[in-house]
Ligand binder design. Sequence first.
Ligand SMILES: C[S@@+](CC[C@H](N)C(=O)[O-])C[C@H]1O[C@@H](n2cnc3c(N)ncnc32)[C@H](O)[C@@H]1O
Length: 540
Amino acid sequence: MRLPASEKGLAALALALIGRPCGLSPGEQALKCASPARIDADTVRILRDSILAGGDPLGEVFAVLRSATDRRALGAVYTPAPVIAAMLAWAEGEGAPARVVDPGAGSGRFLVAAAKRFPNAKLVAIEIDPLAALLLRANVSVLGLSERTEVRVDDYRATPELPWIAGRTLFIGNPPYVRHHDIPAAWKSWFSATAARRSIRASKLAGLHIHFFFRTLELARKGDFGAFITSAEWLDVNYGSSLRELLADGLGGSALHVIDPKAMPFADAATTGAITCFRVGRRPKALTVRAVPSLGHLESLSDGISVPWKEVEKARRWSVIVRPTSKPPAGYIELGELFRVSRGQVTGKNDIWIAGERAAGLPPDVLVPTVTKARELLSAGPMLSVAEHLRRVVNLPVDLEEIDAAYRRAVERFLKWAKSAGAADGYVARHRRAWWSVLLYDPAPVICTYMARRPPAFVRNLCDARHLNIAHGLYPRESIAECALSRLLDYLRNNVSTSSGRTYAGGLTKFEPRELERLPIPALEMLCHETTTRLDTSRA
Ligand SMILES: C[S@@+](CC[C@H](N)C(=O)[O-])C[C@H]1O[C@@H](n2cnc3c(N)ncnc32)[C@H](O)[C@@H]1O
């Protein structure tokens, strides 16, 4: 089988699987005109068999051809099967819908699974990306679902009203996570106006996934129901309050399942996941909440603790409701309310990826200054201002074509040596998108040690250094005034002791990211009243 090397090639394969496409959008037509005429019949046959066997080979190829960075613009992270199965099982328990709407449908994973579970339901897929829409059409066509499927290549927020139908509509899917920085002002105004119609105050910092919930309520009728999986940050941050209010009111939140980030609900995005179930206009007396340690524990989305909505409405943060035992004392919040804590990247073989003499001649921009030893933080004092003394990590892109031609020979030489030294063989390398691509995380504004015979060192990272897994990065969830950040760091330095973490034999104390996120800290207003320069969170 020959897999396509470009998006045009992928579009050509999808079109071949569709056969005689009709009703294509202008964007899909353009892809059709640009796609190569010659396609490999064997590949088409194998893909068809794979789709019939329940796979999504086109979606998988799409995730390889379009880099994670490029997919971020539309929040295109496709959902793994166990999550879809659990959400649909819940939906089935609510009664069969007459229609299923999949907003931000991607290659149609939810739609196709819903079609199998609800054989009489009409299907509506709404997807803005014409290439994803073609993949979806191919899946739908191979599975013989075209007759009952409507594909709208459209922005979900602007898509026309749904026609009246006898029976209930199920809204199910994975709304795109696009941060507010990348949302145009016109859509932020749309969001404010939409929320205002419900008397809800909307924050301009809300991400696209929150816009999707609001549009859903506009399209839905009383009695409709739904389940969305999203990242979980909205449970706690200020800009999530509009969604919390919406669930408390018209959208009728019925259950909330928060998946532990260690479970990696999405293969290529290190993020938390929250599944929110709702019954439009019929809010139950209590919200069912559950912390889910791994995807294997998703099981029934009807399980969980019932927390009366009266209590839920009073809570400033909802993650505390999901973990009721760890409420911080009065006047305090948890560090995790302000920061996402993330362990640094793992290279798999530091002796290869921390640049030594073999890395001579590599392009300077792939040799990235990185904190590779805890002692570099311990000796830095309160801030790391310069990166010159830090070692460099070889941070090659997944697509080596991106490298300037002048450096290709040097990169090839280095990779040849790295491979002969076993760099491609270890578990970490085998589970990376490309064995040569360490993909360091974005610079964290604060880096801290987490394992030592002394309390952690919290260091303000002023030189954009990256960090390996000997340290944790603290990424602000919202912008924080620099003065407040500095006082907060002083507080942490003076108040977090070795007894706050877990001590191992030999006296080593370790803090896992989640343990750090649970540390109680004084609320920001107590730390600093002034508003000075704001810390840029755009890369967090
Ligand atoms: C998180 S992915 C989910 C894809 C698929 N539903 C799944 O779960 O595998 C979100 C999808 O929403 C699409 N999308 C992004 N912005 C959109 C918008 N404004 N309207 C409709 N779809 C959008 C993206 O192209 C992407 O395919």
